[in-house]
Design a protein around this ligand. Sequence first.
Ligand SMILES: Nc1ncnc2c1ncn2[C@@H]1O[C@H](COP(=O)(O)OP(=O)(O)OP(=O)(O)O)[C@@H](O)[C@H]1O
Ligand SMILES: [Mg+2]
Length: 221
Amino acid sequence: MERETRAEKYGETATSEFAGLERRARGLAAAGGRRILGIAGPPGAGKSTLAARLARALGPALAVVVPMDGFHLAQAELVRLGRADRKGAPDTFDAAGYTALLRRLRTPGAGVVYAPAFDRALEEPVAGSVPVGPQVPLVITEGNYLLHGAGEWAEVGPLLDEAWFLAPDDSLRVRWLVDRHVRHGKEEAYARDWVTRSDEANARLIAPGRARADLVVLAVD
Ligand SMILES: Nc1ncnc2c1ncn2[C@@H]1O[C@H](COP(=O)(O)OP(=O)(O)OP(=O)(O)O)[C@@H](O)[C@H]1O
Ligand SMILES: [Mg+2]
């Protein structure tokens, strides 16, 4: 069933209980064959934190995290394109590379598939960072634009077996985001400006994806 239709039909299901989320993830891992769970949401919503927590709970034999962030364009390419000042916007990623990887992950062959990851210290993607073995039943992929309806991003939704949208309180989320920038060495004023100008502009683009999710996660206990 098309995702938008599904949301319209069943409405929004909201939850915040980690145990319930873990149960859903275990159910996907036990469904037989390879399943892909997507976690979308605005910058700083806690997508990477939740994905890592789920993967820890299920263990490496059942789940692996493949971040959309691994498909950030390299800084030199962003400079060449004149997009470095809005790193994190939809057109600063290799969206087609991401959907190609999701297609490969849906039909595992005999060997390991390597996914890239984003190095927050270098602020660069690093190829070959995440090995996905052919027997791992659940791939958890997470990032901003999984449910973004425009361009190549519209291809992502149909490649997911289930999609969650993480939507904590906005003022809390902005605080987490500023704190994370500061922890990674940015000045507080610079961090606030970047979050207000860049991250929150992206948050507005991401928000409509909520209606396409199978589950909305408001806060994780
Ligand atoms: N439930 C929570 N309670 C407190 N802090 C949290 C919670 N979830 C996430 N955080 C903190 O908020 C910050 C953002 O979390 P995280 O990096 O997981 O978000 P994200 O959605 O992956 O962000 P991005 O879109 O930038 O990749 C981190 O510093 C994290 O430690
Ligand atoms: Mg993240």
